[in-house]
Design a protein around this ligand. Sequence first.
Ligand code: GDP
Length: 425
Amino acid sequence: MSNCAIVGINWGDEGKGRMVDLLTEDFDVVVRFQGGGNAGHTVINRYGKFALHLLPSGIFRPNTVNVLGNGVALDPENLWTEMQEIMNKGINLTPDNLKISDHASLLLPWHRDLDELEEMRLKDKKYGSTKQGIAPFYSDKYQKKTILAGELFYPQQLRAHLSDLLDWKNLTLTKVYGASGYTMEMLDQWIETYCEKIKPYICNTGAFLKDAQSRGKNILFEAQLGSLRDLDYGIYPYTTSSNTTAAYAPIGSGIPSAKITDVIGVVKAYSTCVGEGPFVCEMFGEEAEELRKAGFEFGAKTGRPRRVGPIDIVATRYGVEVQAATEIALTKLDVLSYMEKIPVCTSYILDGKETDEFPFPSALSNAKPVIRYFDGWKCDISNARKWEELPEAAQKYVEYIEKTVGCPITYVSVGPERDSIIIRK
Ligand code: GDP
């Protein structure tokens, strides 16, 4: 029996989806424990190419049970759309292989509106939200102003509860933002069109997980985004609105007694960051354009070009510590094959002094990167399947990251496909 978490070490988009897809073979259950449809895991396998937003990445394995835990932002509309896309490609989704926590809170139709309205109000001070309603959703969850998925089984109480929330939320929509409000008819329609569709999958996932654990099943906890986007440990306020760290996995999954035995931290061989906020190692101009194109760094959900830079050792070491990662999966090493010299951000200069401590968020915008260059390997490494098959320069690059970050790199990914991987253990 093992409890393993797969988490992002940096700003998200590290290639977690690809790693979970690979590793699900060894797990009976895959659980998403936080976040919503605001990011995307890209998975390529024999069924095609998928951008998963809310569904756990184990969904393609016939014998894996997939769970959406109580910690996720459960958007019935987005989830149902995503489920249909997957089902249309011939993948079976049943209450046996997909289970939604009855304790997950529902992202309500107005959360997306509020996200959009607030970003419009902020204009050039905006956070760069994906406008999926995640921040308004989590604010409301902690204000106890949303609905639990299990309430769908109590239609009378549900309507009364929704009607109270509607009165309250219309005040904000109309009086604060001058936008139009919602009606009960609109909510009824929403329940019928989306909530009723996902209802058969809703159950007590806590009980399911407890039972799975007692029967010695292997459970994989899957996170969205990365350490630097964690609400408490990230680059606040440019974080997400939930905890992306492995320590939150048992809480957000419905099995708070679980001990996570292995934490696989996913690190990209270079850095990317979506949206606003400080990004110390950022590259600009042609150099950035070249890397962005080589790694196809455009948002899975929004298509936005991602900001890019060299791997940031300071941020990565911090991210590993925050996640308590026991091993690292280094992805997209193949993308760097075109580079003559490979830049690495080894430390920061802050207030005239060199530091390798990750600074307080407000100090980050004053930090400057110290860049060191490594020899490139200038050849295609995407067919390498063994460590010995990597050129020496690539090995040296990986070993340097491993040493300075202080965590073993047990997987090196050299392509997006399931088998494009070098396992070092
Ligand atoms: P996630 O949210 O952490 O899963 O990240 P993304 O969905 O942004 O995934 C990263 C992208 O890189 C996806 O398009 C993957 O298919 C792709 N990818 C993952 N690993 C590798 C790799 O080792 N090499 C290459 N070339 N692409 C990869």
